[in-house]
Design a protein around this ligand. Structure first.
Ligand SMILES: [Zn+2]
Length: 334
């Protein structure tokens, strides 16, 4: 009679075990293993109809749940790619919420139309002021200090110091900023105008009460979208409009647009005004405060319209080296 697979393997193990006594325990284990495999095989063979049923239902389950099976792999890959993309979009949206525009309200401010002055309105007003010419002083021996009024760092981590005061000067109408930057601001606006670039200034200095009002309005807006007060506060504070953390409060930041491009969005960088400002702002002591690619340092989305006064020497270093105010201040030795 023909020996079964199991019998052949078992007698092989017995023979080996007899030959080498020290292998006996191992062979015993082998035999148990062989018997187990044989048993399983027999079980499968005698229950194949039932098992086939189980298999098919499992397959149906897999497919209906969009899990990966070779037969449906391409479909599944598609579904998975889609869901990854969805996750990415959600993630990006979350990021967007965190790194929002530094002033979530600037659009509103513009809509209100209360806070935008064209270059001509500003320069007409500035006639009593001396417009300084951009000079080419050497910047080499300039010593910087973190205490310099024009290098004051304000961001989420560095709120406006308590009791911080400065003299307000008038840009035009009710629009104000730190009086010390006016001559260079006017000079910059004039220089751009001379080259046919008509700039306009909006939302420069904003006092803390106004910031507070805007912040509360933001909380209310979130609450009307179904958030609790705490959630709304948290969401509102994720943007830099937290009272005390906006550069606009120290009178050194300006949002500059042009007569023919009056929205604060990234498209401004492509306008002649955006290009002119990026190129020439340093000559008047201004920097592009929130550059593209530095969001991880500033915590603020790219803003081609937001300019900050730091003084000509620092501005030249910052713009030429494409760094941020954060990095520049960090590099100043105590
Ligand atoms: Zn701004």
């Amino acid at each position: 009679m023909k020996k079964t697979w199991k019998e052949i393997q078992v007698s092989r193990c017995i023979r080996t075990g007899n030959k080498h006594r020290w292998l006996k325990p191992l062979m015993l284990l082998f035999i148990v293993f062989i018997v187990a495999i044989d048993r399983t095989g027999i079980y499968f063979m005698s229950n194949r109809k039932r098992l086939l049923g189980v298999g098919v239902s499992f397959l149906v389950f897999l497919v209906s749940n969009s899990f990966s099976t070779p037969a449906f792999q391409s479909q599944v890959v598609e579904i998975m790619t889609e869901s990854v993309e969805n996750m990415e979009t959600e993630y990006v949206q979350e990021l967007d919420e965190e790194i929002l525009l530094e002033e979530d309200f600037e659009d509103e401010v513009l809509e209100e139309g209360e806070n935008k002055y064209s270059v001509d309105e500003i320069l007409k007003n500035s006639q009593s002021q001396t417009i300084i010419q951009s000079s080419n002083e050497t910047t080499e021996n300039k010593k910087f200090s973190k205490e310099d009024w024009n290098l004051l760092l304000v961001n989420k981590q560095h709120p406006v110091p308590e009791g911080h005061t400065f003299e307000l000067g008038t840009i035009a109408g009710s629009m104000k900023c730190d009086a010390r930057i006016l001559p260079e601001l006017f000079a910059m606006l004039q220089a751009a105008r001379n080259e046919g670039v008509y700039l306009a200034v909006c939302s420069p200095y904003r006092d803390i009460e106004r910031q507070q009002r805007l912040f509360e309005r933001k909380i209310k807006a979130h609450m009307s979208n179904g958030y609790s007060y705490m959630e709304a506060y948290k969401k509102a504070s994720q943007i830099v409009t937290v009272p005390g953390a906006s550069e606009h409060q120290i009178g050194l930041a300006l949002d500059i647009i042009s007569n023919d491009y009056t929205v604060l969005n990234e498209g401004f960088e492509k306008t002649s005004a955006g290009k002119w400002l990026k190129k020439h702002c340093k000559e008047y002591g201004f920097i592009l405060r929130y550059p593209r690619g530095k969001e991880y340092i500033t915590g603020i989305d790219y803003e081609p319209w937001h300019f900050r006064y730091v003084g000509k020497e620092a501005a030249t270093i910052i713009m030429d080296n494409e760094i941020t105010l954060e990095e520049f201040v960090e590099s100043i030795s105590e």
